[in-house]
Design a protein around this ligand. Structure first.
Ligand code: PTR
Ligand code: PTR
Ligand code: PTR
Length: 297
């Protein structure tokens, strides 16, 4: 940790910006054939934010459907395969795909780090029933809003999913962080880390409640994380989670390595030098708060 502190403490912001530029220059780690297929164009929110064939989440084949494509990628966590699915903010056309993915991957926690509208622009569709008691049907998944808890910087919504094909029912928790503009960084690392803690606790609780179904898979199914494009804020949040877990486990972090690895799974993760820099300052701030640093470091 001392080494890390020195790195962040002494390095000019410019040094980390440069490091980020180096990361950006790296060759693409795979192909985008499926994302680029003509039939899948309308499933991408942004024509230039595509998923790698190698890590994309495949929808389970259904009759009369020729594509299994959704703009979502499996991403590893800290010592955990497929800890997250990074995905774009659902488009109206893809609401049903999104909910199918949630169902098929047994997802328990959905994390949204954008608002649906920002700066007068639509960033993400309203893909879940917003009001308590509200209900919407997306393809063969019906979603009921059971309860909304408003916190200072985020909303936590308990959703009940009904699979209308097999009459199964499940609960999913939706977390929406409210103070993070795209391309930007959150106003406070503390509130974001607090948010991260809340969603991780919920994942743990939900996995434990699943009992035997997840025996041997202590961390459970992937946590779905999305913003608008699913790369900038999504990548930053996942990088923060990976690095904080590493810090807790071994007392050191390697942010650069975490980001480079992440970009081989969810291409273009972390969109700006500020977001890359924020990963460093947020972890440092957290470490200081936890008393992991001594005063003179
Ligand atoms: N027509 C195919 C579709 O509807 O998805 C397009 C496609 C292209 C599908 C490439 C898959 C592809 O490759 P991979 O199996 O590596 O994802
Ligand atoms: N290519 C469009 C864009 O970049 O604006 C994609 C897009 C389409 C974005 C629809 C948003 C859209 O709205 P909604 O989220 O309501 O589906
Ligand atoms: N081409 C898009 C645009 O610049 O409008 C791509 C894009 C959009 C990239 C949003 C990143 C974005 O941020 P985030 O991944 O945090 O939603």
């Amino acid at each position: 940790l001392t080494e890390f502190t020195t790195h962040v403490g002494r390095a000019q912001r410019a040094g980390l910006y440069e490091e980020y530029e180096e990361i950006r220059k790296e060759a693409l780690p795979g192909t985008f054939h499926c994302a680029l297929a003509a039939c899948n164009q309308e499933r991408n929110r942004y024509g230039d934010v595509l998923c790698l064939d190698q890590t994309r989440v495949r929808l389970k084949p259904r009759r009369n459907e020729k594509s299994d494509y959704i703009n979502g990628s499996f991403m590893d966590g800290y010592r955990q395969k497929n800890a997250y699915i990074g995905t774009q903010g659902p488009l109206e056309k893809t609401y049903a795909h999104f909910w199918r993915m949630i169902w098929e991957q047994n997802v328990l926690v959905i994390v949204m780090t954008t608002r649906t509208d920002e700066g007068g622009r639509r960033k993400c569709g309203q893909y879940w029933p917003l009001e308590e008691g509200g209900q919407e049907v997306y393809g063969h998944i019906a979603v009921v809003n059971q309860r909304v808890d408003n916190h200072a910087h985020y909303n936590q919504t308990t959703l009940e999913l009904h699979n209308t094909e097999n009459c199964e029912q499940r609960q999913v928790t939706h977390f929406q962080y409210l103070s993070w503009p795209d391309y930007g960084v959150p106003t406070s690392a503390v509130t974001l880390i607090h948010f991260l803690g809340a969603l991780k606790r919920q994942q743990k609780k939900a996995v434990q409640a699943m009992g035997s179904q997840w025996r041997g898979h202590y961390a459970g199914p992937p946590i779905v994380v999305h913003c608008s494009a699913g790369i900038g804020r999504t990548g930053t949040l996942c990088a923060l989670d990976i690095c904080l877990s590493q810090l807790q486990d071994v007392g050191t972090v390697n942010i650069c390595q975490a980001v480079r690895r992440m970009r081989t799974q969810r291409a273009f993760s972390i969109q700006t030098p500020e977001q890359y820099y924020f990963c460093h300052t947020a972890i440092l701030e957290h470490a200081q708060k936890q008393g992991m640093l001594t005063a003179n470091q």
